[in-house]
Design a protein around this ligand. Structure first.
Ligand SMILES: [Zn+2]
Length: 355
């Protein structure tokens, strides 16, 4: 399936922005999508909401796009709701006797399925990343979490996760009390070559767990280890003492260990795209090099960072160069930064909502 290319280049707009800087990012959005942002803010102020289901491969940036949407439109009225985070939170609650009792009580009242509540609790405890939780259980847990919150626009991340869950999206709104609110599928297309390098070059701070990328998203502090003859990133999170960032175990293998999962995700996206009765928004991360100039501005493209050690001045020299990867058809392509992809999402959602 080929996703359409979205044009983020605006005729007559020649100003450049540093999209990693929050202040400049806000200006970028106001300039390129000011009209749509105003409409969406009004829509929310009038008490309207919507539900967006994010469908993309693992590591495709689902959380990032919805967080930028919230940041730009209204952080108080828009929320990224991750099923994975929810389950991890419940894992923690199971260690607390009182909370565990509460959860069991809730499930006894709100769950109907083929497994007993006792079995469910042990499934939750013994679950690994490969086993999927039963749909009935996921839905009951979502209901429990959403009931605790004030009504907001939600970006659901992690549901539907399997083919047989796609149909459930029709009843999802009823279940969580959003009955008449519009819902949307947000489909995300990211070349596997991008996901591969996002994993391979990922670096984590051992002190605060901040995650960056050696090649694509370094910190402001790049150092050189003269003994090991290698460059490394120092954490620059202002709340952290600044740990030497390290790769996570297994990351060097890139997408190899998750190939099966990616194939399954791809199938899910294709199925979702062919479902009738729900509007769809298409987010495309890559753009063929040959046409990039007509569609996007160069500062919207993800650069690659390369380092050299300046022995004389004892300094690391940093150079930016275009990062070129093959897209799913093998065409040499650029990968867009998160902001222009989120921009296309803002424009498409405004249109789908008929604003
Ligand atoms: Zn840190």
């Amino acid at each position: 399936m080929e996703f359409p290319i979205f044009k983020t280049k605006v005729k007559g707009v020649n100003k450049r922005f540093d999209l990693n800087n929050p202040g400049e990012r806000q200006k970028y959005f106001e300039l390129k999508a000011g009209k749509e942002i105003k409409k969406l803010r009004e829509y929310f102020k009038e008490g309207n909401t919507f539900i967006a289901y994010l469908l993309g491969k693992k590591n495709s940036g689902k959380g990032t796009y919805s967080k930028i949407f919230a940041e730009i439109i209204d952080p108080n009225l828009v929320e990224h709701f991750s099923i994975g985070d929810m389950v991890r939170k419940i894992d923690k609650e199971l260690k607390d006797r009182k909370k565990k009792k509460e959860l069991i009580g809730f499930l006894e009242r709100n769950y109907r399925g083929w497994r007993s509540v006792k079995e469910l609790i042990s499934t939750l405890k013994d679950r690994n990343t490969k086993t999927l939780l039963p749909t009935e259980l996921v839905l009951a847990l979502v209901k429990k979490e959403i009931e605790k919150k004030k009504k907001k626009t939600l970006f659901i991340d992690g549901f539907p996760r399997d083919l047989d869950q796609i149909n459930f999206t029709l009843f999802f709104r009823d279940l969580i009390g959003y009955r008449y609110d519009p819902d949307i599928f947000v489909l995300i297309d990211v070349p596997e070559a991008v996901i591969d390098e996002r994993i391979k070059y990922r670096r984590i701070c051992p002190l605060c767990q901040t995650s960056r990328n050696y090649k694509l998203l370094p910190t402001s502090k790049i150092k050189y280890d003269t003994k090991k003859k290698e460059f490394y990133l120092l954490c620059d999170n202002p709340d952290c003492q600044g740990g030497r960032m390290v790769p996570k175990e297994g990351d060097a293998a890139g997408i190899k260990p998750i190939k099966e999962r990616l194939k399954k995700d791809e199938k899910l996206i294709e199925q979702a795209a062919s479902l009738h009765g729900i509007p769809k928004v298409f987010l495309r991360n890559s753009i063929p090099k040959s046409v990039a100039r007509d569609y996007v501005d160069d500062y919207e493209i993800t650069p690659e960072y390369v380092y050299e050690w300046d022995e004389k001045n004892k300094k690391v020299q940093i150079r930016e160069k275009p990062w070129i990867i093959p897209d799913s058809k093998g065409k040499p392509s650029y990968s867009l930064l998160a902001a222009p992809v989120a921009l296309s999402m803002i424009k498409q959602i405004t249109k789908v909502l008929g604003l």
